[in-house]
Design a protein around this ligand. Structure first.
Ligand code: AHR
Length: 637
């Protein structure tokens, strides 16, 4: 080789060495002490929180298709969501009858006066559903209504689903024998092969003159696990996809109500639907109460998860509160009865009611939360109220874990519930919130949290904030035993949302997960059971991580978040490991822009993508894409 060429080559080599040393010096190292277990990952870290908000149950998970089915939404002469139906020359009118109803709980009904009608030109009423009645092809719908007539000469009732755009009848049946006494009539409707649509109404008509009264008109599509009075299949499947371990219910503000009298009336939300009077939810609409205490518990049963039961504790969100002492005793009795309904023997008063309602076996119950967000109670009464509830519940049910909604002084709660609604940057700044927390006090339940960016469902920037926060919770999950995002659901139709940034969106026919939903899927599917010690040098900007391991499989899970617009190269060093399997994989969630999101029309725009790691070793380099969330699964022995 020519001497000059050799000198050039040597110079280039030296330069490369200097540059790579400099780059290596700037590349942060994530050091993972694989055999240093800092604590156990709580097996219940990932759960669900729910309440009636954003049409979560009515017009959401609860599969009922008829809106204002009991005519209680507005107690005026013309009920909301119902319209008169007159075909051809038929002539009729409808009016609320406030004194005529099928039960003590529902002492009202809709009267339909048919002055003229024929079999061809019928008259009656139609229900517009929750933004339409969604209908899929070749599907059987189960329906029922309570009715009576002034004379049996009114003939059979025709029940149809009619498309609003084409006027085509998608399904039809008749119900004969309406008598002059209130009675429930059941029917089923089989849809034709028309393609799925939500622009339909349910129509109930007669072909002869006379007067009819209707109440509790109901129509259900097939439900999850075929439960009667059950839940939507697609949304339940989305929940199962999160692999949750518990359900916190019934709220949230929905537990409290605006005033004491509006609290969650669990005793009136059990048993036959016709015995449920319905009640005002604090979120601006009336709850049908079809999703009652038993339905919440069956929802847990269907997903094989535990209930976290919130009991009303004498504070409502407009600052009503009940003074601790004798005034609070009836509310404590209500809570004890509620617990008895859930877990009492069949020979107890409320255990026997549960049996009557169709569920002889007691449910599993470990966690009871006393109130909701009592830090907002300006009277300062929570310490006294909590103490009184705590002592009474502990005395009767010593095995239950009792959750306070804010710190108290007079007794030591088992768990305290902390809530966080933040922007992404607030979560980045607060990601070490629990790192130095006292480990000798109560455990922590992060019972509501969310990055509130994006509407109706969160955008990708929110998912980055969520992921950062999740790394902090997971690293501290020896202390944080449970966590759940809120709110869980939103009906994305106009007027469906009261609270922005909700995990799962839907309309009548379809549902989708937000980027935040997929972030949680990535974390909960790779929870592991051991928190592994890890540290990063150089405090890289907006880089967040947590490392866990599954002690059974030996798999190591790295959650890595790069919340910057540049790619980030890391050196990953697995201390205490001699061999790293080549079959490692990476699951990545990223998006073109921070504002990008999923919608009804683009439900899978942002979803996790899986790839293999080519270079996994005891020490290896990895580059995180700009603005990305990654879970790395390594086989490290
Ligand atoms: O999640 C929405 C609301 O936020 C809950 O009802 C309440 O607990 C909190 O303030």
């Amino acid at each position: 080789m020519h001497k000059k060429t050799f000198t050039h080559l040597m110079f280039a080599l030296a330069l490369t060495l200097v540059i790579s040393t400099l780059v290596a010096a700037q590349t942060p190292t994530l050091s993972i002490d694989v055999n240093q277990v800092k604590g156990k990952v709580s097996p219940m870290l990932y759960g669900l929180m729910t309440e009636e908000i954003n049409y979560s149950y009515d017009g959401g998970l609860y599969a009922e298709l008829v809106r204002n089915r009991a005519f209680t939404d507005n107690r005026r002469l013309q009920p909301f969501h119902w319209v008169l139906y007159e075909a051809g020359n038929a002539d009729a009118s409808m009016i609320m009858d406030m004194k005529n109803g099928p039960s003590a709980a529902l002492p009202l009904s809709l009267a339909v006066i048919i002055r003229s009608a024929t079999d061809a030109d019928q008259a009656g009423v139609s229900n517009l559903g929750y933004w339409g009645i969604p209908v899929r092809p070749n599907t059987t719908y189960q329906g029922s209504f309570y009715a009576k007539a002034d004379s049996s000469s009114i003939g059979p009732i025709t029940v149809r689903i009619i498309n609003d755009e084409t006027s085509n009848v998608l399904a039809s049946t008749t119900v004969p024998g309406i008598t002059s006494d209130w009675k429930q009539y059941k029917f089923s409707l089989r849809s034709d092969s028309s393609s799925a649509s939500a622009h339909n109404r349910l129509v109930l008509t007669a072909g002869k003159p006379g007067k009819l009264w209707f109440s509790m008109v109901s129509l259900f599509p097939p439900t999850y696990k075929n439960r009667e009075n059950g839940n939507r299949v697609d949304i339940m499947e989305m929940l199962a996809g999160l692999r949750p371990t518990f359900l916190r219910f019934p709220g949230g503000d929905y537990l409290e109500g605006d005033h004491v009298a509006d609290r969650f009336p669990w005793q009136k939300m059990i048993g036959p639907l016709v015995d449920r009077p319905t009640h005002a939810s604090p979120w601006g609409y009336l709850s049908s109460d079809g999703m009652g205490l038993l339905e919440f518990l069956e929802w847990c049963e269907d997903l094989n998860i535990e209930p976290v039961l919130g009991v009303y504790a004498g504070y409502s969100r407009r600052q009503d509160f009940v003074k601790p002492g004798p005034d609070l005793e009836p509310f404590i009795a209500e809570a004890l009865d509620e617990i008895e309904y859930v877990i009492g023997d069949t020979n107890t008063k409320w255990g026997a009611v549960r049996v009557k309602n169709g569920h002889p076996a007691p449910f599993k119950l470990t966690y009871v939360e006393i109130g909701n967000e009592d830090n907002h109670d300006n009277s300062g009464s929570y310490d006294g109220r909590f103490t009184q509830f705590f002592k009474a519940i502990r005395a009767k049910y010593p095995g239950l874990q009792l959750i306070a909604t804010t710190p108290v002084k007079s007794v030591v709660p088992d768990i305290v519930d902390d809530h966080f609604y933040h922007s992404a940057s607030q979560f980045y700044d607060d990601v070490n919130h629990y790192d130095k927390f006292d480990r000798t006090g109560p455990k922590i339940f992060v019972g509501e949290w969310a990055t509130r960016e994006g509407s109706p469902t969160p955008n990708f920037n929110a998912a980055l904030g969520d992921a950062a926060w999740l790394t902090g919770m997971e690293r501290n999950s020896d202390l944080i035993i449970m966590s759940c995002y809120a709110p869980l659901f939103v009906n994305v139709n106009t007027g469906g949302m009261q609270w922005e940034s909700d995990l799962i969106g839907y309309d009548g026919l379809t549902s989708y997960g937000s980027p935040s939903y997929y972030t949680q899927v990535m974390f909960s599917h790779h929870a592991g059971d051991q928190i592994v010690n890890a540290s990063v040098d150089g405090s890289p900007l907006r880089f967040f991580y947590s490392v866990t391991r599954d002690s059974k499989s030996g798999k190591l899970y790295l959650k890595l978040v790069n919340a910057t617009a540049s790619p980030r190269t890391l050196t990953i060093h697995l201390n205490g490991v001699s061999k790293v399997g080549k079959s490692g994989k990476i699951i990545t969630l990223s998006a073109k822009t921070l504002e990008s999101t999923n919608t009804i029309l683009e439900p899978k725009k942002i979803v996790p993508r899986e790839s293999m790691i080519g270079n996994a070793a005891v020490r290896f380099s990895h580059t995180l894409p700009p603005n990305s969330i990654e879970v790395m699964e390594l086989d490290a022995q």
